[in-house]
Design a binder for this molecule. Structure first.
Ligand SMILES: C[S@@+](CC[C@H](N)C(=O)[O-])C[C@H]1O[C@@H](n2cnc3c(N)ncnc32)[C@H](O)[C@@H]1O
Length: 184
């Protein structure tokens, strides 16, 4: 009997310590820093929905110019420079892996990208166990023209919407969206 009481007391103490040391999800705060480092500090299965606009890995070789010679202000920041597809994939696998750990079982994720990266993102999402629900096209009414006339103008970006797993009972507010869009 005494042993049982002691065991119970020990278990209670352990549970209290765990509760005090477990990571807590900060709400209504912007957390600044490397996304992977920050996500690692957050608790498992604590988030309902993630929206991500990650680096596109545009792989710009040199300066872009318009036919009149003026400079095109493209994304040339260091955060969009990856030495290879393998490096980009490693980064993508790491942040998506953390994102999946943070999602609740019925949670879902949105990732936006362009033809430069979205196919890689899609494959990695599937490899990690996410379940792709839709790809949604953001059509651009005023896209950057293809100045050289060597390819089609790229006039859209793609959003992938995926649930944490095939079994997730994700949220889809169909009725509310129909109402907000005049029943279209
Ligand atoms: C495609 S842009 C998205 C811009 C964003 N939608 C906005 O309107 O500001 C990618 C963003 O990811 C940020 N970024 C890149 N690598 C990151 C990392 N490892 N951790 C956190 N943010 C990162 C960049 O600074 C950049 O702002």
């Amino acid at each position: 009997m005494t042993t049982m009481v002691k065991t119970k007391a020990r278990a209670l103490r352990a549970a209290k310590t765990e509760a005090l040391t477990a990571p807590v999800l900060p709400v209504n705060r912007i957390l600044k820093g490397d996304c992977i480092d920050i996500m690692r500090t957050l608790p498992d299965a604590s988030i309902d929905m993630i929206f991500a606009d990650p680096p596109y890995n545009l792989q710009l070789g040199g300066d872009l110019a318009r036919p009149d010679g003026s400079h095109v202000d493209a994304v040339t920041n260091d955060w969009d420079k990856f030495t290879s597809f393998a490096t980009y994939d490693k980064f993508t696998r790491e942040w998506l892996g953390e994102a999946r750990r943070l999602l609740k079982p019925d949670g879902s994720i949105w990732v936006i990208g362009s033809y430069h990266n979205i196919f890689r993102v899609g494959a990695i999402l599937q490899d990690l166990g996410f379940w792709i629900l839709n790809d949604i096209v953001w059509r651009k009414a005023n896209p950057m023209p293809n100045f050289k006339g060597t390819r089609f103008t790229n006039a859209h970006e793609t959003l992938i919407w995926a649930s944490k797993s095939e079994k997730s009972k994700y949220t889809f507010n169909y009725r509310a969206m129909k109402t907000l869009n005049d029943e279209l």
